[in-house]
Design a protein around this ligand. Structure first.
Ligand code: UDX
Length: 438
C-alpha cells in the first residue's frame, strides 16, 4: 500500500532513495536545508552524475508523488516513515565519522514526529549511534519513539538500480510496529524476492561497516599480491582470475590497480577502526590499517614507475587519464586518480588531467591542476600518460589516432588496456601488478 514518507538529507543517498521510493508508489517529501540543492532537484536535476537518475527524477516529479523542500512543515506530521540519509563524513584530524548531521536531523524532525511514525536511519554510522539517537528522540518528543536502522548499500554509477533491486534489505528494529511499517514500505521489493533480514539496531549498523571493510580488504589483498607479482615476475590479474574460480573466493572486487577511493570505502574502514578502538577492541580491526596503507602505496607506486622511466618528474609533462574515483561517476572524493595528479604536481611534474565528466569538480577543488576536456588534445606534448580511472572512452580509444605526443609511454593503472594494440601504435606500456615486455 502506498505510504507517505519523508527523506531527510538529499545527497547521493537521499536523492536516489527519494526517487526510488516515489517510483515504487509512495508519496515522498525530500527535505534538505540547502536551497540551491532543493531548487535543482525540483527542476529535475540531481546535481551529480548518476546514469538514469535525472530522467527518473523528472518522471517522478511529473507523477506528483515527489516534492522537495528546505525544512519540515505541517505536511511532515502525517508521514508514516522518515528516512534519514544525511552524510557522516570523516572528522577533520581524526579517523572517526562525524555524526553531527544525524543529531541535527533528529532535532529538526522531533516537533513534527507522530508517536506511531517510524524514523529509519540509512546513513553509515558507528555501531551504537542508533541507540543514542533513540534516547535523544525520546527526550525530545516525550514518548517512546520508533527508531530503526536500514543501511544502504548502493554503489555510485548503479545507484538507482541498487536502490530498486538491492541484493538484500537489512532492517534493525526494536519493535514489531517498526518491522511491520518497514515490510509495508519495501513491499514491492520483498514481493520481488529481495531477501529481508530483520535484526537488532547494532547488527544493522555493523552490517554496513563490515561489508565495506570486507570489500576494501578484497581490493587491498589483490593489490598486496600485485606488489609481490611486480618483484617476482608474476601477473596479479591472472592470479586474480585463477583464485576467483574458487567459489569460496569469487572473482568480484579482485581487480588490482591504483586502488579504492570514493566517499565510502576509505572513510568507512577508518571509522570502523576508530569505533572499535573506542569500544576497547581496536586490535580486532587493526589489520585495516594495513589495508589502508596498501591502498595508499599503490598511488606512490605509479610515481615510482614514472620516475624510473623518465629519470625525474621535475619538469616532465604527465597526462592523468581520469579524475573520478571510478567510471560512470563525477565523484572525486578520495579519488586515487586525482591524488596521483596532485602527487605528481607536488613532485614538480607539469600535470594535465582529463576526465569525461568530472573536470568541473576538479577545477573547483583544485584550480592549480590543468585540465583538458578534449581527449585527443590532452595527449599533446606529453612525456608520459597514466590511465588512472577505467572509463570506456580510454578502453575504446584507438591509440593510432593519438598525435603530437612527445613520448609514447603509458602506465595502465587499472589493467584495462589492450597492450598489443597500444604497443603496435608505438607505445611503451607498463601496468601495475605485472611485467610487460616492450
Ligand atoms: C561502495 C560499496 O560498494 C557500496 O556497497 C557502498 O554502499 C558504498 O561504497 P562505491 O563507493 O560506489 O560503493 O564504489 P565501489 O564500486 O565499491 O568501488 C570503490 C572503489 O574501489 C573504486 O575506487 C573502485 O575503482 C575500486 N575498486 C573496485 C578496485 O580498485 N578494484 C575492484 O576490484 C573493485
Amino acid at each position: 500500500m502506498a505510504m507517505k514518507v519523508t527523506v531527510i538529507g538529499l545527497g547521493y543517498l537521499g536523492a536516489t532513495h527519494a526517487v526510488a521510493m516515489s517510483k515504487i508508489g509512495h508519496t515522498v517529501i525530500g527535505i534538505e536545508p540547502n536551497q540551491a540543492k532543493v531548487d535543482s532537484l525540483n527542476s529535475g536535476r540531481a546535481g551529480f552524475f548518476e546514469p538514469g537518475l535525472d530522467e527518473e527524477l523528472a518522471a517522478q516529479l511529473a507523477s506528483g508523488r515527489l516534492s522537495f523542500r528546505t525544512s519540515h512543515d505541517e505536511s511532515s506530521k502525517d508521514a508514516e516513515i522518515h528516512f534519514i540519509c544525511v552524510g557522516t563524513p570523516q572528522l577533520e584530524g581524526s579517523l572517526a565519522a562525524d555524526t553531527s548531521y544525524l543529531h541535527s536531523a533528529i532535532r529538526d524532525l522531533a516537533p513534527y514526529l507522530s508517536s506511531d511514525a517510524v524514523v529509519v536511519g540509512k546513513s553509515t554510522v558507528p555501531v551504537g549511534t542508533a541507540a543514542l539517537l533513540t534516547e535523544e528522540l525520546n527526550k525530545l518528543t516525550g514518548f517512546e519513539a520508533n527508531l530503526a536502522w536500514n543501511p544502504e548499500f548502493l554503489r555510485e554509477g548503479t545507484a538507482l538500480e541498487d536502490s530498486l533491486s538491492p541484493d538484500r534489505l537489512v532492517v534493525g528494529v526494536t519493535s514489531e510496529h517498526s518491522e511491520k511499517k518497514l515490510r509495508e514500505v519495501f513491499a514491492p521489493m520483498i514481493f520481488a524476492g529481495v531477501p529481508f533480514i530483520v535484526t537488532d539496531l547494532a547488527t544493522a549498523e555493523l552490517v554496513k561497516a563490515a561489508a565495506n571493510a570486507f570489500l576494501a580488504t578484497k581490493i587491498s589483498f589483490i593489490n598486496a599480491m600485485a606488489e609481490i607479482a611486480e618483484v617476482s615476475g608474476a601477473d596479479a590479474s591472472q592470479l586474480a582470475t585463477a583464485i576467483g574460480y574458487d567459489e569460496r573466493i569469487g572473482n568480484k572486487f579482485l581487480r588490482n590497480g591504483v586502488g579504492f577511493g570514493g566517499g565510502c570505502l576509505p572513510k568507512d574502514i577508518r571509522a570502523l577502526m576508530a569505533r572499535a578502538e573506542e569500544l576497547g577492541v581496536g586490535e580486532s580491526v587493526a589489520y585495516l590499517k594495513e589495508i589502508d596503507k596498501i591502498n595508499i602505496r599503490r598511488r606512490q607506486r605509479v610515481l615510482n614507475m614514472l620516475t624510473e622511466e623518465l629519470g625525474t618528474l621535475e619538469g616532465k609533462a604527465v597526462l592523468v587519464l581520469g579524475a573520478a574515483f571510478k567510471p560512470d561517476s563525477d565523484d572525486v572524493r578520495d579519488s586515487p586518480a586525482l591524488e596521483i595528479a596532485l602527487l605528481l604536481k607536488k613532485a614538480g611534474a607539469i600535470v594535465m588531467v582529463h576526465d569525461p565528466i568530472a573536470l568541473p569538480g576538479v577545477n573547483k577543488k583544485h584550480p592549480e591542476l590543468a585540465t583538458e576536456q578534449d581527449l585527443l588534445k590532452s595527449f599533446s606534448s606529453m612525456d608520459a600518460v597514466v590511465l588512472a580511472t577505467e572509463w570506456q572512452d580510454y578502453r575504446q580509444l584507438d591509440p593510432s589516432t593519438i598525435v603530437g605526443i612527445n613520448n609514447k609511454f603509458i602506465i595502465d593503472g587499472r589493467n584495462v588496456l589492450d597492450v598489443v594494440k597500444w604497443q603496435s601504435a608505438g607505445f611503451k606500456v607498463l601496468a601495475l601488478g605485472k611485467t610487460i615486455k616492450n
